[in-house]
Design a binder for this molecule. Sequence first.
Ligand code: HEC
Ligand SMILES: [Cu+2]
Length: 466
Amino acid sequence: MTRIHRPRRLALLALAGVAALALAACSSADYPNSIFTKNSDTNTDIGHLFNRLFLFGTIVFVLVEALLLYVIMKFRRKPDHPEPEHVHGNTTLEVLWTAIPAVILIFIAVPTVRTIFRTQAKARPNALTVEVIGHQWWWEFRYPEYKITTANELYIPAGRTVNFELKTADVIHSFWIPALSGKRDVMPNHTNFIWFTPDSALGAQVWNGHCAEYCGTSHANMKFRAYTVTAEQFDSWVRGQQAVAAFGAAPSPAQSAAPTSPGDSAAARATASQAGAPAAVTPSSAAGSQQAPTVPAGAAPGAAPGAAGAQLAAGTPNAPAATTAGYVFPVENMPLHTRPQTPTPDGLSIAAGLQGDATRGQQVYSRSACIGCHFINGNPSSMGQLGPNLTHVGSRHTIAGGLFPNDARHLALWIKNARWMKPGVSMPTLGLNQRDPIMKSTVTKATGGLSDQEIVDIVAYLQALK
Ligand code: HEC
Ligand SMILES: [Cu+2]
């Protein structure tokens, strides 16, 4: 009994498995990180190659299995059958089973080698160069052509070939945007390249990027976002990013009326000169009319209430793109799979009801440890190179390697205790009375600890850096 039923049950199981696999392969829309896309020349090429190899493989599999089953059935042992004839060598057969696989290999090798040569070739000379620098555990993106440095958020124009120069500040990482291209290692003391052309039909969309080579404690937290945008949006974004930090927030009424100390008036002057820089603050809409008039400090439309007062409501997104100088991908257009959902540590919080003041925040920031690690174009005291460039941090939608949304609450918690939010980071724990998980000590006033009010002020300043 069982002897008859067992194979049938196995066959049924196998069939169910195949059916499940076939179903799973149905819709690529449900798999936003799938590599099986036609979003770029590279992925289209690799997809063609994959399909072709899969087809050949399937044909060979079906033929071989059919033959096998046929032989098993046809020559199975039957009662009273004589012992079959013993054969030694058959030239025809041997030539055939050498020649057929050789031909199959040629069919596989030619398109494979051709695709390798195509994707490994040098990028077109007119390609957009983006320098990618891997850091433990975040991504730096530089556009040498435009003199832009940003972090964790990559903007690339759809339809133009982008040539990535891959470098690392420390260990080996791997640069990967699955839906747009293959991955490539980022090696110490060596520049690797990878290029692709996002399909011109893509328009403004956002894609997930990952580090694909284990690089230490927070490797899994080393992600980034890639925005494909139209050529016009890209130009507008470039102009916005090239501008000096757009900190045009009006000083609070008390300060603008009568500076109380030389320090205050110096800060106010600094603010005014930054706001007066070309294209620093424009009232333009998202797509950006770039010739919008320069707005003097104190009269920046939209900047006064929005930038000076950071709202600490959970998940408050940045002020809408209306206050930005250049194009920024609209945060509300980000699909769920590109929005960080990382929980924050239980027990890490900021006192409720605090109002941030961007001008005060700029002062606190400019005399804190921050300036030794972060660069802000337009804030002469902030010249550090170790951490992400914060010149336009307010125009980014995520922070910390795509780990958290860039809103007031997450920024404040991050400044308070980055090492608790993301294990292993070199940014120190800075909140007063917070425990630094790496130093295993408590932050005090003497070690530069920041009060919640100071943190909220810094957040208002950072959010004003559109
Ligand atoms: C010892 C160097 C160091 C100091 C000091 C430091 N940071 Fe950082 N900061 C970093 C590094 C490194 C990262 C990236 C961490 C990561 O994502 O893995 C970072 C990330 C950030 C980010 C997220 C940026 C982004 O785009 O992801 C913000 C905002 C930030 N720091 C603000 C501050 C502020 C404000 C201060 C001072 C109160 C400060 N940092 C002090 C090194 C530092
Ligand atoms: Cu990495």
